[in-house]
Design a binder for this molecule. Structure first.
Ligand SMILES: Nc1ncnc2c1ncn2[C@@H]1O[C@H](COP(=O)(O)OP(=O)(O)OP(=O)(O)O)[C@@H](O)[C@H]1O
Ligand SMILES: [Mg+2]
Length: 257
């Protein structure tokens, strides 16, 4: 019992079935996961196995059919808004400029517009958005929208960050830059992070533990501890233990196909 209190996020026996044209489709079939405060964990799994559904449930946008979710004792209603959630779809507001989209979360928390601008301004350069602050979302590339959406999520500094493939639309260089930016952010201010990704290197680079899911209906197939201390740098990708861990995780994923 004490362990549950110490945990930041504790999920047990989560099940979810949706109905398509009246036919049941089992999406999640007993998902268990535990994230301690300040841990970064990644969830990997085949497309359609229920990763985004899992994040929606944790964020409080959707309800499970069965199972327990304990996030620092918050009930379902108060979860929404207490976590920072970057959804897979960028969901930028088309009628707001990049700058006004990025400050949205700050505004909702009651920070003045002027102060919000001051807070976000220093980040546009490192997010590759410099010069595009006044642009509207339809004039941006997919990668730029994703970076704006990522900045909007992290700028409010939530204790818990749920990130659904935050770097999927980015080219290798920008992807690597933002991974490093996130690593640095996590060094300075410890946050609890749940990251969904398809990129095994990214999962190992960024997280303390990796959950590999089965194909639908999603269950946890394997839990892998990542042995590298922080701060980390990109050099760990050359480590033989990195290559071994990557190949072990890939074999779990390939077994699902
Ligand atoms: N609103 C919906 N209506 C119908 N089916 C849905 C809906 N949302 C999800 N599904 C189905 O639920 C399953 C899980 O979807 P989910 O988006 O959680 O998968 P995922 O693991 O995030 O996939 P991906 O890696 O492609 O993002 C899929 O088979 C999808 O077809
Ligand atoms: Mg998804």
């Amino acid at each position: 019992m004490e362990k549950i209190v110490d945990n930041h996020i504790n999920i047990a026996g989560l099940k979810k079935t949706i109905y398509q044209d009246g036919n049941p489709l089992k999406i999640l079939d007993g998902v268990d996961l535990t994230i301690q405060k300040s841990e970064v964990i990644s969830v990997l799994g085949p497309s359609g196995c229920g990763k985004s559904t899992l994040l929606n449930i944790i964020a409080g946008l959707d309800e499970p059919d069965e199972g327990d979710i304990n996030i620092n004792g918050l009930d379902f209603g108060s979860r929404l808004g207490s976590v920072g959630y970057m959804q897979q779809k960028d969901l930028l507001l088309p009628w707001r400029s990049v700058k006004d989209n990025v400050i949205l979360g700050l505004e909702i928390r009651g920070v003045s517009k002027r102060q919000s601008y001051e807070m976000v301004e220093p980040h546009f350069q490192s997010f590759g958005l410099s010069g595009f602050e006044s642009n509207y979302p339809h004039t941006l590339s997919g990668g730029m929208k994703q970076r704006a959406s990522f900045l909007r999520t992290v700028i409010t500094e939530p204790d818990i960050l749920l990130l659904d493939e935050p770097f999927s639309a980015l080219d290798a260089l920008n992807r690597s830059r933002l991974q490093m930016w996130l690593l640095d952010l996590l060094e300075g201010i410890h946050r609890t992070v749940l990251l969904v990704t398809h990129d095994v290197d990214e999962a190992i680079m960024l997280s303390d533990r990796i959950y590999v899911m089965t194909s639908r209906p999603g269950r946890i197939n394997s839990v892998e501890e990542v042995p590298y201390p922080r701060p980390r740098n990109r050099e760990i990708v050359n480590d033989s233990s990195f290559v071994e861990l990557k190949s072990k995780i890939l074999s779990f994923l390939w077994d699902q196909d």
